[in-house]
Design a protein around this ligand. Structure first.
Ligand SMILES: Nc1ncnc2c1ncn2[C@@H]1O[C@H](COP(=O)(O)OP(=O)(O)OP(=O)(O)O)[C@@H](O)[C@H]1O
Ligand SMILES: [Mg+2]
Length: 378
């Protein structure tokens, strides 16, 4: 007999949305605004770049958008990709234009030269052929391409994809949406300055307090046996979450589990205290993962140094950030490139600057700096 885990609305299945996607109305409106072009049979005037530190909800925002695209009655299609799915142009072409489905695009029917092997398209390494093929496909069935973890895209393939995306959008209904950690802007900028500068840049950061509260209360209230929270308990949980979406998910799941165990329909301070025990364990495990990631990249020392400099202080200016990085570098006599180090810390989301938030850097993940400092062994 297999034991089913008890139902918990805050633990969505793989690829599912959170029970309530809170506080992203502006971001959703921006995405729908560009989708309107594709629905009207036109290419989007801009590609979208969603960026933000880990756990803030980039992937769920893209999942929501995917469901919007697929729910529209206009025969639009969405393809979801991560860079590991496509190692080269042929893979990319085969995923975006499945040859079996688009059999009318057989090589003998096209005015440009490509081949087709047993497994998919053979473009002979020519990005221009990808552009032609994708444009023909989008004229038949409009396409929205959703690329998650785009900060890991290989440079050569990324360059081809960004250029293709711009050319295809100019002649066919197509939209490219990418999501990645704050290092994405450096990565994309190095591949295509025009894509980056013309792109719709959307920062995905912490929620505001009312959205954080809603992310908890709405799903609790919408169950068959609704659960409410008293005001003091809600305020306490929102503070505890630091309005960080991933912590809201963990807290929601703990609160739900504790409420079920105790059979209560109203969450009060005592129940929050119980739920916090479980949350603390999971939050520590998450911080530990982030700390290991920094360590693997050789960034733990500088991360701790930033923790010492900026603990509890946010935002800070780029020159202050660079000075703190340089101070750490000089402490052991090495001289790594400050800009490279800043980019690497941004790629992991340890620090970030939201698009449009001029020269205001912030810690990426709430209280991670404090954790790293307390566990750096220095
Ligand atoms: N707007 C939101 N409202 C409620 N919950 C959210 C929201 N955004 C994210 N979450 C919760 O936070 C969790 C983390 O979100 P998600 O995986 O999308 O983050 P991410 O930015 O893609 O992180 P990573 O960079 O690690 O991939 C989700 O599982 C979801 O439960
Ligand atoms: Mg993600």
């Amino acid at each position: 007999m297999t034991l089913q885990p008890p139902f918990n609305p805050f633990v969505p299945g793989w690829g599912e949305l959170p029970p309530h996607l809170a506080g992203r109305a502006a971001e959703q409106a921006a995405l729908l605004g560009l989708l309107a072009y594709v629905k009207a049979g036109r290419g989007s005037p801009r590609g979208v770049i969603l960026s933000g530190p880990r756990g803030n909800g980039k992937t769920v925002l893209m999942r929501w958008f995917q469901s919007e695209v697929e729910a529209s009655a206009k025969q639009l299609e969405a393809v979801w990709l991560t860079p590991t799915d496509a190692q080269n142009l042929d893979d990319l072409a085969t995923l975006l234009v499945p040859p079996r489905r688009f059999s009318s695009l057989r090589p003998d029917k096209l005015s440009f030269s490509i081949g087709i092997g047993r497994l998919g398209w053979e473009l002979g390494g020519r990005p221009g052929s990808l552009t032609r093929l994708l444009a023909e496909r989008c004229k038949q069935r409009p396409l929205v391409l959703l690329l998650d973890e785009a900060h890991t895209l290989k440079r050569e393939l990324g360059q081809a994809l960004l250029n293709t995306s711009q050319s295809v959008s100019a002649e066919a209904p197509f939209l490219l949406v990418m999501a990645g950690t704050p290092g994405l802007h450096v990565h994309l900028n190095a591949m295509s300055a025009t894509f980056w500068s013309r792109g719709e840049k959307i920062g995905v950061g912490l929620l505001d307090e009312s959205a954080a509260a809603e992310a908890l209360t709405r799903p609790l209230a919408e169950q068959d046996s609704p659960i409410t929270m008293d005001d003091a308990a809600l305020a306490q949980v929102v503070t505890e979450s630091q309005c960080y979406p991933y912590f809201l998910q963990l807290l929601g799941a703990s609160l739900w589990a504790s409420a079920q165990e105790r059979g209560v329909a109203k969450i009060d301070a005592a129940l929050v205290a119980q739920a916090r025990l479980r949350f603390d364990v999971e939050r520590s495990a998450y911080y530990e993962d982030r700390r290991d990631e920094l360590k693997r990249r050789g960034l733990l020392g500088v991360a701790a140094c930033l923790g010492r400099t900026f603990r509890g202080r946010s935002p800070f200016r780029e020159h202050e950030l660079d000075a703190a990085i340089a101070a750490d570098a000089s402490s052991d006599g090495t001289a790594p490139d400050v800009g490279e180090c800043r980019d690497a810390l941004a790629e992991l989301g340890y620090v970030w600057k939201a698009p449009g938030d001029e020269d205001r850097w912030r810690p990426g993940i709430p209280s991670l700096m404090t954790y790293v400092l307390d566990h750096s062994g220095k």
